[in-house]
Structure formats: structure tokens, C-alpha cells
Design a protein around this ligand. Sequence first.
Ligand code: 9WN
Length: 439
Amino acid sequence: MHNSEKIIEQATAVLNANDHGYYTIPAANLYPHQWLWDSCFIAIGLRHLDIERAKIEILSLLRGQWKNGMIPHMIFTPGRAYKRDHNIWRSWVSPYAPEGVFTSGITQPPLLAEAIVRIGEKMTLLDRREWYRQVWRPLLAYHQWLYTDRDPHAEGLVLQIHPWETGLDNTPPWMSELHEHLLPWWIRGMQKTHTTGIMGLFRRDTRFVPANQRYSNIDAMALYDAQRRLRRKVYDIDKVLDHSLFAIEDLAFNSILVRANEHLLEIARSIRGHVPSDLLQRIDLTRASLEELWDPYTEQYYPRDFVTHKLITVPSIETLLPLYAGTVSKERAALLVKSIENEHVFGPGFPVPSVPLNTPWFNPERYWQGPVWFNTNWLIADGLRRYGYKDHAEALIEGSLELVQNGHFNEYFNPISGAPLGAANFSWTAALTIDWLKR
Ligand code: 9WN
């Protein structure tokens, strides 16, 4: 058997093992629910295996849509065994939450339109139109919600209220903000008295993955504290902003939104769907506003604080995602590509580390603070290809595939040694491997 056939077979087995019938969990034990961007990446892989199942993966996400249009970042697996997880979020406190399913109260990067279009690519024109019609209303409602709820000043950039909304959890720009401005007194107290270790007793994640590969105890406490504050505000954006909790115009999220909007417009054209004129204006504005995140001094893009409009000049994998947006100038794209070529920045042995090597945050094993992730590689490879850097894209894909040659489809990998890290048998690693091998 050819090696790539064998890898596809192994990757398919991972997806089958994580299949809950109409949605796929990211990994057993650690992630027993459905996540928004995970299901989108998973569907992008599934489309090569079973188009109907790929559609179901997306449709199952829509069952969690809130009445205001939000697609939540998590939809919980039902059952008493997960009562504690349902209770952490208590989505029922919001009048907008859907009936009959428990969800989180925040969203995740808007990859939905990308997944819909990628599935559509595999269909005949007729079937594609039918598919697009089936998902059009919820997709449109989601994009409208992103603007009405998350761009209250009509600036074109949407804001995020929790690091989990970026999907990049402990990514340095968010963590540096959190440590500087948002640590509550009791966490600072525990930090000073070196008693954060106690948190280790309550953590579920570190039962499955070595603690040094996850976020630190202090970050875990801060993330859960921020989540609890959102719950207290019943996930109501006005109340959240009134208390100026976290509010960041995230670079990765907005880059993905730029592209998602392009897909939305493509879908609309294909089915003559009506896009309201205020949404069209906002879409144009987003494209232009992404450029406000450029810092001419360091020649990079960064996330921005929503209230102060100050760029958070801490580099991370986010830095490269404007390549995926596809709207930045060729000159700026070339500067980003240079940093991928540089082995001391984003170009070590195994590309692309989630934090550049030449920054103090870099740690080759800690979650979103250094390791290589397949989903961001997929987004960057796609961007490189569209900017004409075909060889760079191929090298990135080949480098990623090398990491799974031995059949370990882990959650993330050490960018220097290539060692597998985090959860084993991780769905999007398997799904995107399939997508690359079938390209
Ligand atoms: C919180 C499921 C998710 C991914 C995120 C990743 C991680 C959750 C966690 O797992 O986040 O949403 O428990 O840390 O950071 O990108 O969607 O795989």
C-alpha cells in the first residue's frame, strides 16, 4: 500500500473513532463535546470521504445557533455525565439560547462559510445550489450577528470577549493583556503566595495531557474566572462591555472573517441570496479596517484593544493570518512570508510554530505558545497559495505531513523535534491530513 493511502486509512480511523453520529468530537476524554471551528475543519476532511456526512457535521452545528444568530463555540454532548460541563456555561440563562441543547455562550472563529464552500466544491452545480440554499439563512444570520453584536461602533472589526473565542486559548497577545489588566485580586494573591498549585487538583485537562503542555494553573484560573464573569452578565454584550471585561479586536478572528465574508458573497451570488445593504457596507469596511491592525514600526499586524484602540504588539501565529484573509497588499504579504522563511522566527524544523522562536513567550511544548497546529498551517498554506507562493505552501504541507508519518495524529507538535503533543487521535489533525493528501 502506498504510504499516503495508509495515512488516509489511519486518519479515517481517527475520525470514525471520534464520530458521534452527527458530529465529531475533537478527541476522546479531553474534548467530549462539539466545537465550532473543529467541526468546520473536520467537515473539510470529511468531504473527501462522505459528502453527506460532511454536510451533517455542519448542519449539526446549526442546531446550536442562538435566536440572535450566534453560533456557539461549543455544543454539549447530552447526558448526566456532562452535567458539570453544562452547568459551567448554563446557556439557559440567556433568552437567546436555543431550546433542547446546551451550548456555551461565546463563539469561535467564523470558519463556517469556508467549510460550506469547501463541501460545495465537491458537488455538482445543482447539488451545490441546493446545499447553499439549505444553509443560507443561518449563515447570513450568523454574519449579521457578528456585526450587530460585536461591532457596536460600526468600525468594521469585530471584537471578542474571551480568549476561547479566538480558538487560540493561551496565545501570548491575549495572555499578556489578561496578566496586565484583568487578573482578579484573589488570583494575584494566590500568585504571590505560590498557592496556584491547588488549582491542579480541580483541573480535568491535566488528567489527560501533561501539565507542561497545557496552560498554566494561573492562566486556567484566569480563563475560568473570565468565563464566569460572562455568565454573570448572561452573555449580553451590552452588559459585558459596560463592565469593560475583555474586549479585543482579534487579528486571527478578523482575518478569518474577511475571508468568510468573501465566501458568504460567493454563496449569495450562486443562489441569488439577498445580502442586506448594511451588511455589504460592513463587509467592505472590514476589509479596509484590517489594515488598521498594521504596525509600521515592527512591520507586522497585531490584535487591538477595543476600548483604547492600542495595538497589542505581542507576536504570535495571529501575525500570519492576514495571509489567509487575502486582502492585504503583496508587499505586506511578502514581509510575512519572510518571517516564515526565517528559522529564528516562524521557520524552524517543523513549520509553523504558534509563537515565533525569537520572542520570550516561545515554549515548544506549551499549547498555543509554541507548538505547531495543523489548522493554522492549513489556513496559512491556503493563503500562501493564493498569494502565489506555491512552493512555500507545498513545503508547509509536506512539513506538516511529515509530522504524522508515524500515524500519530496529535493535537499539536513540537516545532523543533517534531514530537507529538497534547491529545492523541485529534480529529482536525486527521481531517486536514486527509484534505492535504487528497488535494
Ligand atoms: C476551549 C477543541 C478546542 C479547540 C481550541 C483549543 C481548545 C478548548 C480548551 O480545544 O480549546 O475552547 O479546552 O482549551 O484551543 O482551538 O477548538 O479542540
